[in-house]
Design a protein around this ligand. Sequence first.
Ligand code: SF4
Ligand code: SF4
Ligand code: F3S
Length: 265
Amino acid sequence: ETTPRVPVIWMHGLECTCCSESFIRSAHPLVKDVVLSMISLDYDDTLMAAAGHQAEAILQEAREKYKGKYILAVEGNPPLNEGGMFCIDGGRPFVQKLKMMAADAMAVIAWGACASWGCVQAAKPNPTQAVPIDKVIFDKPIIKVPGCPPIAEVMTGVITFINTFGKMPSLDRQGRPLMFYSQRIHDKCYRRPHFDAGQFVEEWDDEFAKKGFCLYKMGCKGPTTYNACSTVRWNDGVSFPIQSGHGCIGCSEPDFWDQGPFYSR
Ligand code: SF4
Ligand code: SF4
Ligand code: F3S
């Protein structure tokens, strides 16, 4: 009761805000418990009541008050082209704000594919030169929590770990928490027995699709995608893309946006 809660400053660069949409749907733990009891969310562009000059003042106050002690959570990424003018935040390029806040952070969390890898705004030919945050932050530990978006319980799970143990989770060589990203979707997919038996969907809505066969021939990226969807699942454990009848598009892997499968019609 007397231990101060971990200060978190949550910033948004080029992104779609669905990482936040995912986060606020966490059921285990409930996001209200995370925000109101576990951490001190001192700044968040989308969840805070303040705006404009008041928000900027809060940001500077939190930066000075918690220097070296706060976690910087970053959703989205900085575009570098033309001096960063494709994402202006508080009157200056987002990349400046990101570097400034990272300099005084204890650690940085990269939420989602945008912050971790670049995502759709970095798709070829990447006109804004959007880059993952580790291309502009070099001197802080960065925990990458990829996915487009990441699973809600994975996001709150990372925060719960830091809050409970007072240290960063173990990461793989790409900077992802091993506890959620050490296995492929394919390793725990409930359709895996069909893969092993050579039973595949050949066309959308064919008789094999109706039987729930493996989606590998329809472009499923589960065999090369590291994420927790086939174990944790989505919407409080209800389902995940493959259970809904579509293969995994590898949304937690680098460059998924340029590698498909996407459709032209
Ligand atoms: Fe949106 Fe995906 Fe970026 Fe998250 S990673 S902000 S869901 S585009
Ligand atoms: Fe693997 Fe995808 Fe088939 Fe599941 S549907 S067994 S992840 S290839
Ligand atoms: Fe993304 Fe594949 Fe999971 S598309 S949501 S990593 S099943």
